[in-house]
Write a protein that binds this ligand. Structure first.
Ligand SMILES: *Cc1c(COP(=O)(O)O)cnc(C)c1O
Length: 464
């Protein structure tokens, strides 16, 4: 054995303690470190080390060279994109995932696949999805959307008597993907799946909303003349957290043939709060559902789940049948359900946080985030510097400069706020207006953080 490796093996418990200590310091500093650390330009990688220094020295070098440049994106005032943190139980679960190093491709050698099945079932219950849905872990909502659309594509083929997984997408011809305000990852999935980005048929939006206009949606379906299609409904758009009327859209299935995929990447968590659950009413009528877990469940990257009610079609697409891997059969192993074959046991971090805090703990996180978003929204709209571009429907505040919100001025504010280190927000363009988004999805965020965010934004407006 390589000498440094043998030394580390002999010293393993002490090394894990050293890593724990370093992680403890990272986490303890989250509230005080700069929230964003824009890196210097012109980075050039060094050469691969010929001789290793051993794990302890490697950790020390990481702490010196890299850790200071890391964003406090796991902390309470990072409001860019839709970024969750990681609950204590989720971090612990993630560490143990690495330590146990399971590969849940099959059920022949380990209970790991059953742990994934249980966690998927827990999550289905959280989101009100019945036992007709099966779930599998994937790396993120992009991959979850891709899997949902792949099953939808196979379903369209089934309606036309074509097995797309065998015959290829060319045998299918064009497939319309109908959606009001699809996330960019849906278009990426369409490109990957051979449907093509231009196959998207955009539905008109309701006035001042990102929700689909139902009459226009129905017209677009009618225009397809009975050709089966895919509808992507949105449960939580990134700019204004708007929701399509899922129940009304599902009702159209009685008249028109379509696969209903719902992108509920973070909006799905509305189901946890009785006050907001109506936003996702009808979710269980979908054919496939995407939910991100590294956002509002607050598990570490990377983790999401995809649900579908046609496991048979899913296996048709994703089967990885080989004598040595086993054949799909009754209760197909996860190797036959998603694009990945070997993968980490992502379910463990999610299992740990659900076991530790349950439905009510995660409901509290969701409701607190929503309360913070409302609070910030009210405070910003009471200033002379800022105005809201949409009502705060859930956990995102979409706002812009009250006067002359040009892209240059918004970009200047984003840079100034990031440089200030108190908070981090990301720019967008909503309804043609350059704007900012503040997304609350971290379990740590407290009222005092909202005070600091508000103050930083008021100061930051001066940079415009
Ligand atoms: C974040 C998000 C995605 C993509 O998620 P990743 O986890 O980054 O792959 C897709 N759809 C919606 C609505 C999202 O918010």
């Amino acid at each position: 054995m390589y000498a440094k490796l043998a030394e580390d093996l002999a010293d393993l418990p002490a090394l894990l303690d050293a890593a724990r200590e370093q992680a403890g310091e990272l986490l303890a500093g989250l509230a005080d470190r700069p929230v964003a650390v824009p890196p210097p330009t012109g980075f050039a990688p060094s050469a691969v080390p010929e001789d290793g220094v051993g794990a302890k020295a490697a950790l020390a070098e990481f702490a010196r060279r890299w850790a200071p440049g890391f964003a406090a994106s796991a902390g309470p005032r990072y409001l860019g994109f839709v970024t969750g943190g990681a609950t204590p139980a989720a971090v612990a679960g993630d560490w143990l995932t690495a330590a146990a190093d399971q590969n849940p491709v099959s059920s022949l050698d380990s209970s790991a696949s059953d742990l994934e099945r249980e966690t998927a079932a827990w999550l289905a219950q959280l989101f009100g999805l019945g036992p007709e849905f099966s779930g599998a872990f994937v790396s993120g909502a992009t991959m979850s959307n891709l899997v949902g659309l792949a099953i939808g594509r196979e379903w369209v083929g089934e309606q036309l008597g074509i097995t797309v997984a065998d015959a290829g997408v060319a045998a299918l011809g064009p497939v319309a993907v109908v959606s009001g305000a699809p996330h960019s990852s849906v278009l990426k999935a369409m490109a990957v799946l051979g449907l093509g980005r231009s196959a998207v048929k955009r539905v008109a939006l309701q006035p001042e909303r990102e929700a689909a206009d139902l009459a226009d949606l129905e017209q677009q379906l009618a225009d397809l003349g009975g050709r089966p299609a895919i509808v992507v409904a949105n449960a939580g758009t990134v700019d204004t957290v708007d929701f399509d009327d899922l129940r009304a859209i599902a009702a159209l299935k009685a008249k028109y043939p379509f696969w209903l995929h719902v992108d509920a990447a973070f909006g799905g968590f509305a189901a946890l709060s009785p006050e907001h659950a109506a936003l996702v009413d009808g979710l269980a009528l979908a054919d496939s559902v995407c939910v991100d877990l590294h956002k509002w469940l607050n598990v570490p990257y990377d983790s999401a789940i995809q649900f579908s009610r046609r496991l048979d079609l899913q296996v048709r697409v994703f089967q990885n049948a080989a004598a040595y891997l086993g054949h799909p059969g009754e209760n197909p192993a996860f190797v036959h359900r998603t694009p990945e074959s070997s993968r980490r046991l992502r379910a463990l971090a999610a299992w740990c946080t659900l076991a530790a805090y349950g439905r009510s703990g995660h409901r509290e996180i969701v409701e607190r985030c929503v309360a913070h978003a409302r609070d910030l929204g009210e405070r910003l709209s009471a200033t002379s510097q800022w105005r809201l571009l949409a009502p705060v429907r859930l956990n995102v505040v979409c706002f812009t400069l009250a006067e002359n919100p040009t892209q240059d001025r918004i970009d200047a504010v984003v840079r100034a706020v990031a440089a200030g280190g108190e908070t981090f927000v990301t720019p967008t363009v909503y309804a043609g207006v350059p704007a900012l988004r503040a997304a609350f999805s971290n379990w740590r965020t407290a009222r005092e953080d909202v005070d600091r965010v508000f103050a930083a934004l008021v100061t930051g407006s001066g940079a415009a």
